[in-house]
Design a protein around this ligand. Structure first.
Ligand SMILES: NC(=O)c1ccc[n+]([C@@H]2O[C@H](COP(=O)([O-])OP(=O)(O)OC[C@H]3O[C@@H](n4cnc5c(N)ncnc54)[C@H](OP(=O)(O)O)[C@@H]3O)[C@@H](O)[C@H]2O)c1
Length: 353
């Protein structure tokens, strides 16, 4: 049995816990989860899951037995918490894999704060879709040390799909698609299905999403995904293609992605989000619920989502027979720019905003 320590009690920590609990309950994973929070109040939601497989604690020393230690805190908490973990890791020298999911961190500085411990560390990012086993996680070694990558990937494969990139810079570059990108996609998909409904599309919300999911899956598996997408005939498919094109231009033009891999990443992550939205819809959850599990109040993602919503009101203007994407590509870029820049700010800068 593995001991998985999760440090943090926020939205990401909760989603990761739900994902592992799901894998444990399905008999896929044999593990005990140790959740470490700063206060008893912040741990209450974990206790309400009433699982014998979950232990909650405010004592950092309880990280001593973790085979895995997953760090899910904000960058502003690193200076306070990592030295506490360093003391524990130095005292209890069991071999461990440390997985940092905090974005906007100076990763070398963070690693130094943890000191030299027995085991290895990787950095990565993921989505709250992991709660359903439908996450997409991206990992990289730190400073050329890739020894912990196989065990991190093996663990997160229980929570959905995973991929490996080279270096922390590339982990950060994937955040607008893999991390907060999930909330942007959900916002688009919601506006899109509302519009389709208003145009007399009789299919249920789930059916419309499934139709789009199948289209994306076919594109993903086709020989030339872009060519496949550009052949889209129906209004619904063309809308999706316009959104994907905007994302693709942003990733290739601004973040320096290579086109084929960017497109595959977009298609793969959107399919997972569609599956999660179908589940949420069946559970009668509103889109706000989905996004509330991802965004921090008053943060740059919340601001970006608000701007995207306004833009989508123009694109899917109910008075128009066809959506109007003429300005969408440049607006999408402007909306995403500050979201990505925020992930590049290191701790000392993050405090200022
Ligand atoms: N949410 C996502 O979808 C997502 C996706 C990818 C990456 N991430 C990254 O994961 C990290 C956590 O995100 P989140 O969405 O879970 O945020 P969140 O819901 O705001 O939770 C933040 C966590 O950080 C802790 N924390 C905050 N300030 C702290 C401080 N000064 N000292 C110690 N601990 C502090 C909080 O502890 P308390 O509970 O004790 O206050 C809480 O556990 C962020 O770096 C985020 O960018 C998030």
């Amino acid at each position: 049995m593995s001991n998985i320590t999760i440090v943090g009690t926020g939205k990401l920590a909760f989603a990761v816990t739900l994902g592992f609990l799901r894998a444990i309950n399905l008999g896929m994973l044999d593990a005990k989860l140790i959740i470490i929070g700063r206060s008893k109040e912040s741990l209450e939601k974990f206790n309400s899951l009433r699982s014998a497989k979950i232990i909650t604690t405010t004592k950092y020393e309880d990280a001593k037995d973790g085979d895995y230690c997953i760090l899910c805190i904000l960058p502003t908490g690193v200076q306070e918490l990592y030295p506490k973990l360093k003391t524990v890791f130095e005292k209890f020298r069991t071999s461990r894999t440390v997985i940092s999911l905090t974005s906007g961190l100076n990763i070398m500085e963070a690693k130094n704060l943890l000191g030299v411990f027995h085991g290895h560390m990787v950095c990565g990012t993921t989505t709250t879709n992991v709660a359903y086993g439908l996450g997409y996680s991206v990992f990289a070694g730190i400073n050329g040390n890739n020894s912990a990558l196989p065990s991190a990937v093996k663990l997160f494969n229980y929570l959905g799909k995973t991929s490996i990139v080279k270096g922390y810079k590339n982990v950060l570059k994937s955040i607008p698609i893999v991390g907060s990108g999930n909330a942007f996609d959900a916002t688009f998909l919601w506006a899109f299905t509302q519009y389709e409904e208003s145009r007399g599309n009789q299919a249920s919300h789930c059916k419309r999403l499934r139709y789009i999911g199948k289209f994306l899956s076919r594109a993903f598996h086709s020989k030339n995904p872009l060519e496949y997408l550009l052949r889209a005939k129906t209004r619904a498919r063309r809308s999706m293609v316009n959104y994907i094109k905007a994302k693709l231009r942003y990733l290739t033009g601004e973040l320096g992605y290579e086109q084929d891999s960017a497109l595959k990443l977009i298609l793969e992550t959107m399919q997972l989000t569609i599956e999660v939205l179908i589940k949420s819809y069946i559970n009668k959850e509103a889109i706000e619920n989905h996004n509330n599990k991802i965004v921090t109040k008053g943060g740059c993602t919340e601001r970006g989502i608000g701007e995207l919503r306004l833009e989508l009101n123009k694109v899917f203007n109910l008075e128009l027979a066809e959506p109007n994407f003429s300005l969408f590509e440049s607006r999408y870029r402007e909306i995403m720019r500050p979201v990505y820049k925020r992930t590049l700010l290191f701790k000392k800068d993050a405090k200022k905003i």
